[in-house]
Design a protein around this ligand. Structure first.
Ligand SMILES: Cc1cc2nc3c(=O)[nH]c(=O)nc-3n(C[C@H](O)[C@H](O)[C@H](O)COP(=O)(O)OP(=O)(O)OC[C@H]3O[C@@H](n4cnc5c(N)ncnc54)[C@H](O)[C@@H]3O)c2cc1C
Length: 439
């Protein structure tokens, strides 16, 4: 961020502050000031007088996190500014890969190596940024613009981007087998999961949401015996109306998956070589591996400890900005205007807007309708759930080939949909009719 001084009256334009009284947002670079902007003190026009650069803060943009969100911002920012110093700090290996691939990688025989698109060194050279893998940030000092690493090193930033992701939720279960429950939330987890599967046959999945159903389909297609346990009456209970849930359940059952619905897992115990799940109904399920997919919790602790406002996620405005003007958040860790959307498409839109803001052109994020494809090849499914704040009803057409469920208001306006099987071919047509998620 730079500062410029009016040669006529001495007024300082500070890019990090902007000129809020005249609707120039904090972070607006000098070159993005409108040509009709005038000096707030003496009224001299931008073109009529020279501003003198009196100070340059040459600290980098620091991006914490090397997931899809961290990389999307780095890539978009590089398109806009080839010189800006960017440092990416990551608690993990720092390489780039597509996380959604993890839930249908087994049946395709994909190894972690084949999923990785580029390691940290390759990505650093490609994007001309500095990447520090295995480098956990343990504190943020927003008053000094610095982050502290686990070894005590401090790094100063000009602008800080938090792309910290989310943790898999762990249920408070009883039993001496609980520590053996696996989750897959990143590439290292996928490696551990693959290793654990060697020589095993029976897998129990706790949670029949998006990730649980995708893994169930993938494991069944790879030849494993799969039990899925969920508290809801149908799989994908939070995303689909009952007819949609029933359809996908039937297709996954045909693929070999056994569902235990309206069921709550109480304990997981080690019984000789195996794990035994006990449900609150008293039913028991013998497994070689227990896998949990019961939801995500945004990583907010680092921000909260630094006094950054958090709610369900790290609270940001439409500029992806926390209450501190040079600290931003996006991706699974962020809550944008009360919405926590842990999917890829919101990241793509947020990263473009944030990159423009970081490059000096404050830009609000807009989300169009963003349908989510459920990667269950046994039952192609795409869903655009209605916003929780809208009122409407499901209108359902179902036959043996598919389900078309439209969520409409009283006037017949389409607010959401769920398409399964043959009905998925209507995705593009229906998506075009949906309202944007954030205008
Ligand atoms: C199995 C699976 C399948 C999915 N399938 C789909 C799909 O089909 N479609 C879809 O839209 N979405 C899907 N998603 C969701 C999507 O993958 C995520 O929304 C997205 O990858 C999140 O990216 P992120 O960068 O926000 O978080 P993450 O990928 O979790 O990255 C967070 C990064 O922050 C780092 N980090 C955290 N804390 C610190 C710290 N203190 N210091 C330094 N670094 C830190 C981590 O090491 C990591 O590099 C899926 C998710 C999973 C788990």
């Amino acid at each position: 961020m730079k500062r410029f001084q009016c040669k006529i009256c001495g007024f300082i334009y500070d890019e990090s502050i902007g000129d809020p009284e005249h609707a120039i947002k904090a972070g607006t670079r000098w070159e993005y000031l409108p040509e009709n902007w005038t000096c707030p003190e003496c009224g001299v026009s931008k073109t009529d007088f020279e501003m003198v650069e009196i100070g340059v803060m040459d600290n980098p943009v620091i991006i914490v996190g090397s997931g899809l969100a961290g990389y999307a911002v780095a890539r978009e920012l590089r398109k806009l500014d080839t010189e800006l110093p960017i440092i990416m700090l990551s608690a993990d290996h720092g390489g780039f890969y597509s996380k959604p691939m993890l839930s249908n990688a087994l049946s395709g025989g994909k190894t972690p190596e084949s999923i990785l698109n580029g390691d940290a060194a390759q990505m650093a050279s490609q994007l001309k940024i500095s990447i520090r893998p295995h480098c956990r940030v343990v504190a943020i000092d927003q008053s000094r613009n610095s982050v502290t690493l686990v070894d005590g090193e401090k790094i100063f930033y000009d602008q800080l981007v938090l792309a910290l992701g989310a943790d898999q939720v762990r249920l408070p279960l009883q039993g001496d087998g609980v520590a053996k429950i696996l989750t897959v939330n990143d590439l290292d987890d996928y490696q551990s999961f693959r290793d654990a599967l060697i020589g095993k046959k029976r897998i129990s999945i706790i949670g029949a949401g998006l990730i649980g159903c995708e893994f169930a389909n993938d494991l069944a297609a790879t030849g494993y015996q799969v039990d899925v346990i969920d508290i809801n009456a149908r799989p994908l209970g939070r995303l689909l109306p009952p007819a949609g849930g029933a359809f996908i359940q039937q297709k996954l059952e045909a693929a070999g998956v056994v569902f235990h619905l309206n069921a709550t897992t109480q304990s997981v115990d080690q019984v000789k070589e195996h794990l035994c799940l006990t449900l609150t109904s008293g039913e028991t399920i013998e497994s070689d591996i227990v896998f949990s997919a019961v939801g995500l919790r945004p990583r907010t602790q680092l921000a909260e400890a630094a006094g950054i406002q958090v709610n369900r996620g790290i609270v940001v405005n439409r500029l992806l900005q926390t209450q501190f003007t040079n600290i931003y958040a996006l991706g699974d860790c962020a809550e944008v205007e009360s919405k926590v959307l842990p999917f890829v498409m919101p990241i793509t839109h947020a990263a473009r807007a944030l990159a423009a803001t970081l490059a000096g052109n404050p830009t609000s994020v807009c989300y169009p309708a963003m349908p989510v494809m459920v990667k269950t090849p046994s039952c192609p499914t795409v869903v655009s759930p209605p916003d929780f704040s809208v009122n409407g009803e499901w209108h359902i057409e179902a036959d043996k080939d598919g389900v078309k469920a439209l969520y409409q208001d009283e006037a017949g306006i389409l607010l959401g949909y769920a398409l399964l099987g043959a009905a998925t071919k209507e995705k593009n047509n229906l998506t075009a009719q949906l309202p944007p998620v954030l205008m």
